[in-house]
Design a protein. Structure first.
Length: 121
């Protein structure tokens, strides 16, 4: 047998172990808890609006949140929805959001989805 065939056979029989961080893309970060009382007043107000079903001050409130960075547990598209938490003195929507999950979970981000805290009531 020549070297080419040995190399080819070895390539097919070799078991390759891929680290999970490379196999699935970015790893979900640890999400710490925050109580409602620890949230800024604007976030508490937004949470109250979400629970009442609105009305919401921003057109994008209630839009599907894609979780593309995979900071939250991976779920099917449409599972998460996002809501703006007003930022005082901001000219636009700012960086603060509450993201809701279909099973009643709430997450707060004050850095435009770079990190999240699970809201505990």
């Amino acid at each position: 047998m020549n070297w080419f065939w040995l190399l080819l056979i070895s390539a097919f029989t070799l078991q390759v172990h891929v680290s999970p961080c490379f196999a699935r893309g970015p790893q979900q970060r640890q999400i710490r808890d925050v109580t409602v009382a620890e949230l800024p007043k604007e976030a508490r107000d937004t949470l109250s609006l979400i629970k009442k079903g609105g009305p919401f001050p921003y057109q994008k409130d209630g839009a599907v949140f894609g979780n593309f960075e995979r900071q939250l547990p991976v779920k099917q598209r449409g599972y998460y929805h996002e809501y703006t938490v007003p930022t005082p003195r901001s000219r636009d929507r700012g960086a603060r959001r509450i993201v809701t999950g279909r099973n009643g979970e709430y997450y707060y981000s004050d850095d435009h989805y770079k990190s999240f805290q699970r809201i505990r009531e």
